[in-house]
Design a protein around this ligand. Sequence first.
Ligand SMILES: CC(C)(COP(=O)(O)OP(=O)(O)OC[C@H]1O[C@@H](n2cnc3c(N)ncnc32)[C@H](O)[C@@H]1OP(=O)(O)O)[C@@H](O)C(=O)NCCC(=O)NCCS
Length: 180
Amino acid sequence: MVIFETERLIIRKFSIDDWKDLYEYLSDESVVKYEPYDVLSEEACRQEAKNRSENPAFLAVCLKESSKLIGNLYFEQQGPKEFLTWELGYVFNPAYQHKGYATESCREIIRYAFEHFKAHRIIAMCNPENSASWRLMERLQMRREGYFKKKAFFKRDEKGEPIWHDSYEYGLLAEEYHKK
Ligand SMILES: CC(C)(COP(=O)(O)OP(=O)(O)OC[C@H]1O[C@@H](n2cnc3c(N)ncnc32)[C@H](O)[C@@H]1OP(=O)(O)O)[C@@H](O)C(=O)NCCC(=O)NCCS
């Protein structure tokens, strides 16, 4: 089922058959470096594709010309429903990075959220070291709203101690979006 269509992309729900394309990038250390999980095995990607096919927060981003799945978005409402706040996340296959696909797909989701969900705020977070991520947020007109010291940890060191990392939080309000 098609959900969104942009100039070059189809953005749709995951299906269990997506595991191979998922494995292509989730098995890559450089891709999961700032994610809350480690590289995934083939078996884990089969399970992940199944989980994502049952979770509407995950969206598969595919090339229109070949249907290849090249990355994914995460888009989920946060906090009390009436706060109308959604969090955006994204992970792309390195072979398809630096081509504007992440920007193109995120723009479409943001447009949809402000126009159809009547979102009040869209937020995104990243490790400040992850400049590709915050550059993407800034291309999307998001504003840096906060710098949180040692906000979270996703991984532990060899002694089992948490590896705390700092976090940027970015936001975009409906009024800012509509003013553009
Ligand atoms: C974060 C991530 C999605 C950003 O992807 P990206 O490829 O840099 O973003 P885009 O696809 O929008 O590409 C934009 C870049 O391509 C360039 N580009 C090339 N052709 C383009 C085109 N036709 N249209 C727009 N931009 C284009 C832009 O100039 C820009 O480069 P710059 O960042 O050096 O200025 C990607 O780095 C990623 O998946 N990282 C691993 C997972 C991760 O860390 N996720 C975030 C966790 S918080």
